[in-house]
Design a protein. Structure first.
Length: 293
C-alpha cells in the first residue's frame, strides 16, 4: 500500500528546520504552542461531527472515534494549562489557520456510500495526525538541543506527554485503512486514491497556512491543481472552480501580509530593508532560514 508522509514546506524547509528556529524566538514559540492547542481543540469538534455523520455504524469505529475525541480533548487542556501557566493568550491564533484551510479543501462528507465516507474520513484524519507527529517530534528534538531553561523543560514535558498518543493515532489510522483495503480490490483502490488525495489536500492546507510571500497565490493554485489531479476527471472542473477564487483573492492573506510588514518594520527597519523585502519578493525562505540557524 501507498505510505503518505508529510512533505517539506515548499520542498525547502523540514519540520526540524522550522522548529529549530521557532524555539529561539519566544513570541513565535508561544504562537506555535497556541496553534497546537487550537488544532487539538478543533479536532474534538470535527471528530464529533464525523461520529454524527456515521450515525452509529460501523459500531467499532464510532466507539474508537469517541476515544479519539477524549485524547484530543486531553491534549487541548494540557496545552491550555501550559499556556496559562506561562501567562500566554489562549484565544484563536493569529494568521491563516492550517485547520481552517484543511477543512475548506475537504469533501469527504460528499461520499457516495458509507464505505466511501469511512475511507475518506480515515485517510483525512491519518494524514493530519502524521503531520502532528512530525511536528511534535521535531519540536521535542529542537527543545532538547536548545538552552535548557525551566520554561523549555516544561514545554518539552508537555509535548512528550502528548507525543505517544499522537503516534498511537497514526498507527490506529494505518490499521483501519489496511483492514478496509483488504476487503476487496475495489476497496484497496479506494483507499489508495483517498490517501493520495488527502495527502495533497493536507499539503495544500499546510502551505497555505505558512506561505505569505510574493507569489503565494500562484503556489496555492498549483496545489489546487495537484489535488484536482487525484479526483475523477468529471469532478476536476467543479472542484477547481469552487476553490480558485479563494486561492487567488484571499483578503486574510493580504491582511496577514500587512500585519507582518508593519511588525517587521516596527521591530527593525534596517533588517526589514536588507533582509525582509528581498526575501518577500524573492518568494524564498530556504536561504534565509538556514543562514540564521
Amino acid at each position: 500500500m501507498t505510505v503518505a508522509y508529510p512533505r517539506k514546506f515548499r520542498n525547502q524547509l523540514s519540520a526540524q528546520d522550522i522548529l529549530s528556529q521557532v524555539v529561539r524566538q519566544r513570541e513565535v514559540h508561544m504562537v506555535t504552542l497556541n496553534r497546537y492547542r487550537f488544532s487539538e481543540q478543533r479536532s474534538c469538534k470535527d471528530l464529533t461531527e464525523l461520529i454524527e455523520l456515521l450515525d452509529g455504524q460501523p459500531r467499532t469505529l464510532v466507539q474508537e472515534l469517541s476515544h479519539h475525541v477524549s485524547d484530543e480533548a486531553r491534549h487541548a487542556y494540557w496545552l491550555t494549562d501550559l499556556l496559562c501557566e506561562l501567562g500566554e493568550p489562549v484565544g484563536k491564533p493569529p494568521g491563516i489557520s492550517y485547520i481552517d484551510e484543511f477543512e475548506r479543501l475537504l469533501d469527504y462528507a460528499d461520499a457516495d456510500s458509507k464505505d466511501d465516507l469511512v475511507i475518506n474520513a480515515l485517510a483525512a484524519i491519518n494524514v493530519t495526525e502524521k503531520r502532528g507527529c512530525e511536528y511534535f517530534a521535531s519540536h521535542i528534538r529542537a527543545l532538547k538541543a536548545a538552552e535548557p531553561t525551566a520554561e523549555n523543560r516544561q514545554i518539552c514535558e508537555t509535548l512528550e506527554r502528548i507525543m505517544p498518543e499522537e503516534a498511537a493515532h497514526v498507527r490506529w489510522g494505518n490499521r483501519w485503512l489496511a483492514e478496509l483495503a483488504r476487503q476487496s480490490p475495489a476497496h484497496r483502490e479506494k483507499v489508495e486514491t483517498a490517501k493520495r488525495k488527502y495527502a495533497a489536500v493536507e499539503q495544500a492546507a499546510f502551505e497555505s497556512g505558512m506561505d505569505i510571500l510574493a507569489g503565494a497565490e500562484l503556489r496555492r493554485v498549483s496545489n489546487l491543481v495537484k489535488i484536482a489531479e487525484e479526483l475523477p476527471l468529471w469532478q476536476r472542473p467543479q472542484y477547481l472552480m469552487a476553490h480558485l477564487p479563494k486561492a487567488v483573492f484571499d483578503p486574510k492573506l493580504q491582511q496577514v501580509r500587512v500585519d507582518l510588514v508593519q511588525e517587521a518594520w516596527k521591530r527593525d527597519p534596517i533588517t526589514f530593508i536588507e533582509k525582509f523585502i528581498p526575501m518577500f519578493f524573492g518568494g524564498s525562505l530556504g536561504g534565509s532560514a538556514k543562514k540564521s540557524a
